[in-house]
Design a protein around this ligand. Structure first.
Ligand code: NI
Length: 203
Protein backbone atom coordinates (compact mmCIF):
# COMPACT_ATOMS: atom_id res chain seq x y z
CA UNK A 1 0.00 0.00 0.00
CA UNK A 2 1.51 3.28 -1.15
CA UNK A 3 0.64 5.07 2.05
CA UNK A 4 2.94 2.86 4.02
CA UNK A 5 5.95 3.39 1.79
CA UNK A 6 6.60 6.53 3.84
CA UNK A 7 7.61 4.41 6.79
CA UNK A 8 11.25 3.61 7.34
CA UNK A 9 11.05 -0.17 7.07
CA UNK A 10 14.07 -0.94 9.19
CA UNK A 11 13.53 1.50 12.02
CA UNK A 12 11.72 0.19 15.08
CA UNK A 13 10.21 3.53 15.97
CA UNK A 14 8.06 5.81 13.84
CA UNK A 15 8.39 9.57 13.75
CA UNK A 16 5.42 11.25 15.39
CA UNK A 17 3.79 14.00 13.34
CA UNK A 18 3.41 17.21 15.32
CA UNK A 19 0.83 19.97 15.36
CA UNK A 20 0.81 21.85 12.07
CA UNK A 21 1.46 18.82 9.86
CA UNK A 22 -1.43 18.43 7.38
CA UNK A 23 -1.76 14.65 7.92
CA UNK A 24 -3.14 15.37 11.40
CA UNK A 25 -6.01 17.29 9.83
CA UNK A 26 -7.03 14.71 7.24
CA UNK A 27 -9.98 12.35 7.52
CA UNK A 28 -8.36 8.91 7.65
CA UNK A 29 -9.61 6.17 5.33
CA UNK A 30 -11.02 2.80 6.45
CA UNK A 31 -8.86 -0.32 6.31
CA UNK A 32 -10.30 -2.82 3.83
CA UNK A 33 -8.05 -5.74 4.72
CA UNK A 34 -5.68 -6.48 7.59
CA UNK A 35 -2.52 -7.23 5.65
CA UNK A 36 0.97 -8.02 6.90
CA UNK A 37 1.80 -4.34 6.33
CA UNK A 38 -1.03 -3.28 8.64
CA UNK A 39 0.17 -5.70 11.33
CA UNK A 40 3.69 -4.36 11.02
CA UNK A 41 2.43 -0.80 11.24
CA UNK A 42 0.39 -1.63 14.36
CA UNK A 43 3.39 -3.25 15.99
CA UNK A 44 5.63 -0.27 15.28
CA UNK A 45 2.93 2.10 16.51
CA UNK A 46 2.71 0.15 19.78
CA UNK A 47 6.48 0.29 20.29
CA UNK A 48 6.47 3.99 19.42
CA UNK A 49 3.65 4.65 21.91
CA UNK A 50 5.52 2.89 24.74
CA UNK A 51 8.99 4.19 24.00
CA UNK A 52 8.21 7.82 23.31
CA UNK A 53 9.89 10.22 25.73
CA UNK A 54 6.50 10.64 27.39
CA UNK A 55 4.90 7.21 27.37
CA UNK A 56 1.57 7.34 25.56
CA UNK A 57 -1.63 5.44 26.35
CA UNK A 58 -2.93 5.64 22.79
CA UNK A 59 -1.69 6.42 19.30
CA UNK A 60 -3.63 6.85 16.05
CA UNK A 61 -2.12 6.07 12.63
CA UNK A 62 -2.35 9.69 11.37
CA UNK A 63 0.04 10.58 14.20
CA UNK A 64 2.72 8.52 12.48
CA UNK A 65 1.90 10.00 9.09
CA UNK A 66 -0.44 7.24 7.89
CA UNK A 67 -3.99 8.33 7.11
CA UNK A 68 -5.72 5.04 7.99
CA UNK A 69 -8.38 4.23 10.61
CA UNK A 70 -6.10 2.34 12.97
CA UNK A 71 -5.48 2.99 16.68
CA UNK A 72 -3.30 1.33 19.31
CA UNK A 73 -4.25 1.70 22.93
CA UNK A 74 -3.07 0.67 26.40
CA UNK A 75 -4.92 2.17 29.34
CA UNK A 76 -4.31 -0.87 31.56
CA UNK A 77 -2.71 -0.49 34.97
CA UNK A 78 -1.31 -2.72 37.69
CA UNK A 79 -4.12 -1.69 40.03
CA UNK A 80 -7.22 -3.90 40.25
CA UNK A 81 -10.17 -2.43 38.32
CA UNK A 82 -12.34 -0.01 40.35
CA UNK A 83 -15.73 -1.36 41.51
CA UNK A 84 -17.53 0.88 39.02
CA UNK A 85 -15.37 -0.18 36.06
CA UNK A 86 -17.22 -0.33 32.74
CA UNK A 87 -17.72 -3.59 30.80
CA UNK A 88 -15.19 -2.35 28.23
CA UNK A 89 -12.47 -1.76 30.83
CA UNK A 90 -13.09 -5.20 32.34
CA UNK A 91 -13.06 -6.98 28.98
CA UNK A 92 -10.43 -5.06 27.06
CA UNK A 93 -7.80 -3.84 29.53
CA UNK A 94 -6.51 -7.35 30.36
CA UNK A 95 -5.93 -7.80 26.60
CA UNK A 96 -3.92 -4.61 26.11
CA UNK A 97 -2.03 -3.37 24.18
CA UNK A 98 -4.91 -3.56 21.76
CA UNK A 99 -5.06 -2.71 18.08
CA UNK A 100 -8.36 -1.21 16.91
CA UNK A 101 -9.20 -1.51 13.22
CA UNK A 102 -11.84 0.91 11.91
CA UNK A 103 -13.08 1.80 15.40
CA UNK A 104 -16.28 3.84 15.78
CA UNK A 105 -18.21 5.39 18.62
CA UNK A 106 -21.83 4.32 18.26
CA UNK A 107 -23.22 6.06 21.33
CA UNK A 108 -22.24 8.43 24.13
CA UNK A 109 -23.52 9.09 27.65
CA UNK A 110 -25.36 12.31 28.40
CA UNK A 111 -23.14 12.76 31.45
CA UNK A 112 -19.86 14.55 30.80
CA UNK A 113 -16.65 15.06 32.73
CA UNK A 114 -13.53 17.21 32.53
CA UNK A 115 -10.10 15.66 32.13
CA UNK A 116 -6.69 17.21 31.58
CA UNK A 117 -5.53 15.84 28.21
CA UNK A 118 -2.20 15.74 26.45
CA UNK A 119 -1.13 14.39 23.08
CA UNK A 120 2.13 12.98 21.68
CA UNK A 121 1.57 15.20 18.61
CA UNK A 122 1.35 18.38 20.72
CA UNK A 123 4.51 18.17 22.83
CA UNK A 124 4.55 19.89 26.22
CA UNK A 125 1.02 21.30 26.03
CA UNK A 126 -2.05 20.06 27.84
CA UNK A 127 -5.49 21.28 28.71
CA UNK A 128 -8.92 20.57 30.13
CA UNK A 129 -11.42 18.94 27.77
CA UNK A 130 -15.09 18.15 28.47
CA UNK A 131 -16.31 14.87 26.97
CA UNK A 132 -18.99 12.23 27.62
CA UNK A 133 -18.11 9.93 30.54
CA UNK A 134 -18.84 6.70 28.67
CA UNK A 135 -18.99 5.75 25.01
CA UNK A 136 -20.12 2.72 23.12
CA UNK A 137 -17.18 1.42 21.07
CA UNK A 138 -17.61 -0.72 18.00
CA UNK A 139 -14.39 -1.99 16.52
CA UNK A 140 -12.67 -4.78 14.72
CA UNK A 141 -9.60 -6.28 16.39
CA UNK A 142 -6.51 -7.45 14.54
CA UNK A 143 -7.71 -11.08 14.47
CA UNK A 144 -11.02 -10.09 12.86
CA UNK A 145 -13.10 -10.28 16.04
CA UNK A 146 -15.70 -7.50 16.25
CA UNK A 147 -16.55 -6.08 19.67
CA UNK A 148 -19.19 -3.56 20.62
CA UNK A 149 -19.07 -2.53 24.25
CA UNK A 150 -19.61 0.30 26.74
CA UNK A 151 -16.31 1.95 27.77
CA UNK A 152 -15.80 4.41 30.62
CA UNK A 153 -12.95 5.58 32.82
CA UNK A 154 -9.61 6.38 31.26
CA UNK A 155 -10.41 3.96 28.42
CA UNK A 156 -13.56 5.88 27.45
CA UNK A 157 -11.64 9.14 27.55
CA UNK A 158 -8.67 7.83 25.58
CA UNK A 159 -10.90 6.28 22.90
CA UNK A 160 -12.59 9.62 22.25
CA UNK A 161 -9.24 11.38 21.99
CA UNK A 162 -7.75 8.77 19.62
CA UNK A 163 -10.83 8.41 17.43
CA UNK A 164 -10.89 12.18 17.02
CA UNK A 165 -7.44 11.87 15.39
CA UNK A 166 -9.01 9.69 12.68
CA UNK A 167 -11.23 12.64 11.75
CA UNK A 168 -8.50 15.26 11.88
CA UNK A 169 -9.62 16.61 15.25
CA UNK A 170 -7.16 17.37 18.07
CA UNK A 171 -7.88 17.89 21.76
CA UNK A 172 -7.00 21.59 21.59
CA UNK A 173 -9.97 22.05 19.21
CA UNK A 174 -12.23 20.93 22.06
CA UNK A 175 -10.76 23.16 24.78
CA UNK A 176 -12.82 26.15 25.80
CA UNK A 177 -11.95 29.42 24.09
CA UNK A 178 -10.30 31.00 27.08
CA UNK A 179 -7.96 28.06 27.76
CA UNK A 180 -7.09 27.79 24.09
CA UNK A 181 -6.20 31.47 23.90
CA UNK A 182 -3.60 30.83 26.59
CA UNK A 183 -1.76 28.25 24.48
CA UNK A 184 -2.43 29.88 21.09
CA UNK A 185 1.09 31.28 20.81
CA UNK A 186 2.67 27.91 21.66
CA UNK A 187 0.52 26.27 18.98
CA UNK A 188 1.64 28.86 16.44
CA UNK A 189 5.27 28.07 17.28
CA UNK A 190 4.66 24.33 16.80
CA UNK A 191 2.95 25.09 13.51
CA UNK A 192 5.87 27.19 12.26
CA UNK A 193 8.34 24.47 13.23
CA UNK A 194 6.29 21.86 11.36
CA UNK A 195 6.11 24.03 8.23
CA UNK A 196 9.85 24.61 8.35
CA UNK A 197 10.54 20.90 8.68
CA UNK A 198 8.15 20.04 5.85
CA UNK A 199 9.62 22.67 3.53
CA UNK A 200 13.04 21.10 4.07
CA UNK A 201 11.54 17.88 2.74
CA UNK A 202 12.13 15.99 5.96
CA UNK A 203 8.37 15.66 6.52
NI1 NI B 1 -3.39 12.66 20.59
Amino acid sequence: MGLLSRLGRDSRLLRIATYGEPVLREKAIPITEVTEEIRELAEKMTTTMYENETRGIGLAAPQVGVSLRLVVIDTSSDEPPPPNASPGELLLEPRMPLVLVNPEITGVSAATSVYHEACLSIPELSGDVVRPVTVRLKTQLLDGEVVEIECGGLLGRCLQHELDHLDGIMFVDRMDEEDRAEIAEDLRILERQAKKRLSKGRR
